[in-house]
Write a protein of this length. Sequence first.
Length: 270
Amino acid sequence: MIGVFDSGVGGLSVWRELVKLLPNERLIYLADQAHVPYGRRSPEEVRDLTTQCAGWLIECGCDIIVIACNTASGAALDHVRAELPHTTFVGMEPAVKPAALQTQTGVIGVLATEVTLKSTRYADLVSRFAGGARVIEQPCYGWVEFVEQGGVTTSNGSINTSYVRALLHEGADAIVLGCTHFPFLSPIIAREIEAWRARHPGAPSVSVIDPAPAVAHQTWRMRQRAGASASSRIASESQHEFWTTGQAERFSAVGTELLGRPIAARPIDL
């Protein structure tokens, strides 16, 4: 069984990719919405919260845990791997490497939370894979909250799209989505890019990179290495579980809209 953990609904962008690649696998999703957003918390606090949530998923029987949160991965992935060595952990990281391979202008933009951008793990990623590219880091305040509050589907409120324009102004032609909430904002980001290019004839085309499919593939590889699920029957939707430390009805409503399929979450106190 695979556990998927995030501070909120953002990890559903990874969950939907996992379901595609691992249809026989039962998934348990845990959202720590009592403490969302993690991007406003200290690395030490994120580490402790992540360790607690991982422990609960292990108690549920998960032998692979996907930390579907860039902030938690940056602050806690190495820690939980050391503290819980009998469990396989798959983490998130901003897709700097593929962005460096794709860029034609030599400028990469990274949209993420402040904690992710300040993490040692992220700094090491840039050092190893950015090559000669210029990396522009843009913290996106309020974006996580917008997705959590259902703004994507209800058009309730708006996000600061100047973060995208700032990257385009610097010549970025590869933009990395460094938070699992942000793929749900892809239509808004795409419209901002289209509007920019319309105002700037000759501006380069821009790639927006979501790491979720790559993380799902890595999880698939880990499952094959550990031994595929014994069942050959495709897991039914009712076999997947969704839990939240926040309001279950709220998670269910927002998650259903984001995924385009009904989900029902249950509350948990950790």
